[in-house]
Design a protein around this ligand. Structure first.
Ligand code: ADP
Ligand code: ZN
Length: 439
């Protein structure tokens, strides 16, 4: 039992019984499939090809008969051919940097902005936000969904919003201190950078700042990184997940139990599939996360393959919410590195580095191929204390990291220890991998 106080923004929805939810989802799924079939020629063709008619989809249990959608669809039908509403109904465009290539854009109707704001209001509330809080938005405000999402959620709650956008670190900290900011929204890598800079400026979080919680997401991070951030900033660090195609941040969020992110299941249906075969997998098994939006009208997504890897559970949570939870994202089907035949996820290496004394959580993985054999180099930064230590200790750190990587990941890596502050800092999504192999 935990003694946490759990605030819930919309208990009627967030705590509905699983049976009620099933009926709710089924009704909205039917409407969404009909809307998509009637308005999006590409999806109608895909359903016809599979021999599926809208009336065949009667409940959530029939979801598996629907064809998938993919990121490539957003590129192929760029910018407006996936809209299920007239362009005059679209009140916002958001886009993704396209970590994996050309940008993609999504159109939102007024209804969709409302849905997204509600999801983000729930997210911030779960981290402890009320109208008395001051929320600093240090996610980029622009086409990227992070900034607007956090802004809308805090605004919906009626909190005081400080829309800083990303960057300008010194000024961020000045505002945080002067305004008495209580909640921070940014990527975990930027939170690390902010935390370090706060310390360097001689500020002590519990004494000079009023921060109590952070909603960090938009990129993968580990439990070890959570602990690091909680100590560095003296806060509850909550994970928040989302993607442009589905809404933006707030699709799923940590409650203060912090053991899996509750999915806003009255707005999206989540499935886990085997990425190789497309077959749905039961709760508890790890696979690729697939989402179906059931309340969006601008650009609904049916069985959208995220390529993010995680597992789901519908076990009850102490907080009282009934929404299923997703585990942390342990990798993406497309950022999984295959090095000498071994599957390697950057998150595995991050967890080793964060548990290592003497290195800072700034790292880069460089993969190459030398004499037909793959090589992995792990570059990581030493802390000031370790850097000024004797060479003997530094060698121990290097050996320790190599051994740990070997035991956790199963391959040997070259470990390069860099001087403090020599590696690039990220203000948005961190880039952690350079793959120089010519495939
Ligand atoms: P892009 O990264 O292509 O610019 P988005 O900004 O929409 O597109 O990012 C969505 C992706 O970011 C997700 O599919 C997921 O891979 C990653 N992501 C978002 N939030 C999290 C999180 N909390 N943990 C891990 N990965 C996340
Ligand atoms: Zn919970």
């Amino acid at each position: 039992m935990s003694d946490r106080v759990h605030l819930i923004y919309n208990p009627e929805r967030e705590c509905m019984s699983r049976d009620e939810l099933h009926a709710w989802q089924s009704a909205r799924l039917r409407e969404t499939v009909r809307r998509e079939y009637d308005n999006v020629p590409m999806y109608r063709a895909r359903m016809d090809e599979k021999g599926v008619k809208p009336e065949d989809i009667r409940s959530v249990d029939d979801l598996r008969y629907l064809p998938f959608m993919e990121k490539t669809d957003l590129r192929d039908y760029y910018p407006f051919d996936l809209l299920a509403s007239p362009q005059s109904e679209i009140v916002r465009i958001q886009g993704s940097s396209g970590t994996t290539g050309k940008p993609i854009v999504a159109g939102y109707t007024r209804n969709d902005i409302d849905v997204w704001s509600e999801m983000m209001a729930r997210t911030l509330t779960a981290a402890g936000c009320t109208r008395d809080d001051k929320v600093q938005v240090a996610y980029g405000l622009g086409l990227f969904t992070g900034g607007f999402g956090a802004y809308q959620g805090a605004d919906r709650i009626g909190a005081m919003v400080v829309p800083m956008s990303s960057g300008n670190t010194q000024r961020q900290i000045m505002m945080m201190k002067d305004l008495g900011v209580t909640m921070l929204c940014c990527t975990p890598s930027y939170a690390t950078y902010l935390g370090e800079t706060i310390r360097e400026m001689g500020l002590v979080p519990g004494r000079d700042l009023k921060l109590k919680a952070g909603c960090f997401g938009a990129e993968p991070w580990t439990e070890a990184m959570r602990q690091h951030l909680e100590e560095l900033l003296g806060i509850d660090a909550c994970d928040i997940y989302g993607l442009t195609e589905i809404a933006g941040p707030g699709v799923a969020f940590d409650c203060l139990e912090k053991h899996g992110m509750h999915i806003n299941e009255d707005h999206v249906i989540a499935e886990i599939i085997n990425p190789a075969t497309g077959e749905p997998l039961p709760y508890g098994e790890k696979g690729e996360l697939v989402f179906t939006t059931i309340t969006k009208t601008g650009m609904p997504m049916l069985r959208y393959r995220t390529h993010d890897i995680c597992s789901l559970t519908d076990k009850p949570c102490e907080c009282g919410r009934t929404f299923a939870r997703m585990s942390r994202i342990t990798g993406r089907t497309d950022d999984m590195l295959i090095i000498r035949g071994v599957n390697v996820f950057p998150s595995q290496i991050e967890s080793v580095l964060i548990k290592t004394q003497g290195v800072a959580p700034h790292y880069m993985l460089v993969v190459d191929r030398v004499n037909n054999s793959d090589t992995l180099e792990v570059q990581v930064e030493l802390t000031e204390e370790m850097f000024s230590d004797t060479v003997g200790h530094i060698e121990n750190v290097r050996r320790y990291i190599s051994e740990q990587i070997k035991s956790v990941v199963g391959i040997s890596a070259k470990v390069t220890l860099n001087a403090p502050k020599s590696m690039p800092r990220s203000e948005g999504k961190a880039k952690r991998v350079i793959d120089n192999r010519k495939i």
